[in-house]
Design a protein around this ligand. Sequence first.
Ligand code: ADE
Length: 253
Amino acid sequence: MRIDILTLFPEMFQGPLDASIVARAREQGLAEIALHNIRDWAFDKHRRVDDEPYGGGAGMVMKPEPLFAAVEAVQELAESQAHVVLLTPQGRLLTQEVVEELAERPRLLLICGRYEGFDERIREHLADDEVSIGDYVLSGGEPAAIVLVDALVRRIPNALGNEASLDEESHTRGLLEYAQYTRPAEFRGWQVPDVLLSGNHPEVEKWRRRQSLLRTAQRRPDLLSRALKTGAVSEDDRRWLEEELETNLSDLA
Ligand code: ADE
């Protein structure tokens, strides 16, 4: 997978792209990530990338010319055409489903905005997609691009170095993770649940599944409702959960 990132602050990516899983995936050639400074395509002598909004109002708006020129030039850097994604609070909400969908693309071009927003022609005629990482406003798209890159890279085969963790995730997709423990078995009087020490793998699996279901029901009923609809929760799961919570889950689904 190739990811090109257009930003006014390439230095914000140093660190996040040079450490841990993402750095290793880049070193191993599993992900090719290139940063480009939008200002390199600013055409006037002040190298302006923003201007006042027509109609007045506070804040500055990103101009179309530098961004169009930047995207066109960066598209030429590789054979395949990149899917162009704008990071903005107005985009579709980033979920694991959206990550999986974007991961199907061999090449992405992420545009990080600054200032009050983009000239509308950028949205309409340059971007193929708009993504938001949550209902809050950041000072720019850079942290959002870092989040998206991380979520994409960790699911590339071999990037995690521990493929079992991805299997486990797909098994529980749509549900929250179960509680995890490690040594010591007792810490300050708090015990690890007996079943995890039992060595009985089917029982451990059952316990984990139920923990996941219970946690999701308690903390994220919205996710449980989706999982009930998509069939990620079996009839057995459902019956157990209804007994445990003493409720009828048909109200949720
Ligand atoms: N830019 C500013 N806020 C953002 C958000 N929540 N998601 C993506 N890009 C953004």
